[in-house]
Design a binder for this molecule. Structure first.
Ligand code: ATP
Ligand code: MG
Length: 329
């Protein structure tokens, strides 16, 4: 199979500038991200690095008047950035759907759960009222909810149940790509695990490609095939999830993994990454991590390209790409 057949989505050199009254915010600066068909791809990075902006760019949800986008987002042979709003509407919710962190802000408080799922389906599928009703009952059961939940309002449900409703709505039209932006951070750990297990089993059953945005490397280790690490609006490393966690190549990926709390740390204070991410109003020309990196030298004044390294990773699900002049052995 060639690359186009195996890739569900390919983001090439994506830039996103927000035109604000305070000046231009360079939120994304040349993001390269490739999702293989049928994989769960983790996207991790510190708060403000551009994870949600990337997902909103994929779905065409950024305000066109105040945003300047560059590069390409290739999906099924088309560049999503070149499509009209009408064309995007036929893809959004149908072929690419999204689950947000906070279901209560995403579900309408005025409509029953059933009506909201039926409406999401009727936007894209030609089904009779009976078919919509029956399919909603099947979807609710699929996400572990009683079909009677259909008649209830979102505020009557627990956080975990609301997130299951969001998942039912997100998969109701059999999408090819599902973007889950921190879908479980608002939930307690046991419910978090149940919701992630549900996502994983649906991903298998429906052959979905999933972009899973998270802060949590334990979530990556448990659920993801590959993972990309983002820093200051760029992807700095992409690798099979397990191999990145065991042996990250980019100094920033390593530093992030070193910050994971471990039960055997013996009371030692957790390491922190010194310094702060760069201001996005005036991003540096070179490697944005250089001011915080112990390995930085003059070479880092030039931005290192995202480069394929190694070949031994292919059995673990993909190649490794790293953007650094000083790769770890
Ligand atoms: N509409 C906007 N106007 C101006 N700046 C914006 C806008 N939306 C996002 N930004 C900026 O873009 C950067 C990336 O934001 P984004 O929401 O993608 O971060 P994130 O990685 O999702 O963080 P978190 O983990 O906290 O959700 C941030 O600096 C944010 O302030
Ligand atoms: Mg976010």
């Amino acid at each position: 199979m060639n690359k186009i057949e195996t890739e569900a989505l390919s983001i090439e050199n994506l830039s996103c500038d927000f035109l604000t009254v305070e000046g231009i915010v360079y939120a994304l600066s040349g993001v390269n991200l490739h999702l293989n068909r049928g994989e769960i791809h983790g996207l991790v990075g510190e708060s403000g690095c551009g994870k949600s902006v990337t997902s909103r760019a994929i779905l065409g949800l950024l305000d066109k008047k105040r945003t300047r986008l560059g590069g390409a987002i290739r999906f099924d042979g088309k560049d999503l950035l070149s499509l009209s709003e009408k064309e995007m509407r036929s893809i959004r919710g149908r072929r690419i759907s999204m689950i947000f962190q906070d279901p209560l802000n995403s579900l309408s408080p005025l409509e029953t759960v059933g009506n909201q799922i039926e409406e999401a389906m009727s936007n894209h599928l030609s089904l009779s009222p009976e078919e919509l009703h029956d399919r909603t009952a099947v979807l609710l059961e699929k996400v572990g909810l009683h079909p009677d939940t259909s008649a209830r309002y979102p505020f009557e449900l627990s956080g975990g149940m609301q997130q299951r409703v969001m998942i039912a709505q997100a998969v109701c039209c059999n999408p090819e790509l599902l973007i889950a932006d921190e879908p479980t951070t608002a939930l307690d750990v046991t419910i978090q695990a149940q919701v992630l297990n549900l996502l994983k089993s649906l991903q298998k059953e429906l052959s979905l490609t999933v972009l899973l945005i998270t802060h949590n490397f334990a979530v990556v280790a448990e659920n993801c095939d590959r993972v990309s690490v983002m820093y200051a609006g760029r992807i700095v490393e992409t690798a099979p999830a397990r191999s990145l966690i065991e042996n990250a190549a980019h100094p920033y990926s390593r530093a992030l993994i070193d910050c994971i709390p471990r039960s055997h740390a013996g009371g030692n204070a957790l390491p922190v990454i010194p310094g702060f991410p760069p201001r996005l109003y005036d991003p540096p020309a070179g490697c944005p991590f250089a001011p915080r990196c112990g390995k930085a030298d003059d070479a880092c004044a030039v931005m290192p390209p995202l480069t394929a390294i190694g070949s031994g990773d292919t059995n673990a699900g993909g190649d490794r790409y790293v953007s650094c002049h000083h790769l770890e052995a």
